[in-house]
Unconditional design. Structure first.
Length: 110
């Protein structure tokens, strides 16, 4: 563990976003917390698992774009893992993404 790890703040909590668009914004805060790795670096991290489908840097960039109505849950899980979260933290973010999708569906059906 280096000194940066000892002084690093805990990752942001995703909370319970009210939409997928809001969740994408919260993902951006996680990306900032992770020292803003380039989308190319993230794409390489995400694609490094032998069983994973490779993703492009433009696919990674699209995750953070405002106006989202849905996200690929598997890709979100791989992204937050690539941003340095522990397995327990990844689960919290996964659950928040699922909740955001449900909230978006409810609001669109009204």
């Amino acid at each position: 563990m280096n000194s940066d790890d000892q002084t690093r703040q805990p990752p942001p909590d995703p909370g319970r976003p009210h939409s997928v668009d809001e969740f994408a914004g919260v993902l951006k805060t996680l990306w900032t917390w992770a020292n803003m790795p380039s989308y190319r670096v993230l794409a390489k991290r995400i694609s490094s698992d032998a069983e994973a489908v490779a993703v492009s840097h433009s696919t990674v960039a699209d995750i953070f774009k405002p106006g989202r109505r849905r996200l690929d849950l598997d890709l979100v899980v791989r992204l937050v893992r690539a941003l340095g979260l522990s397995p327990a933290q990844v689960t919290v973010w996964r659950d928040a993404c699922v909740a955001a999708h449900a909230a978006t569906q409810r609001s669109e059906s009204v």
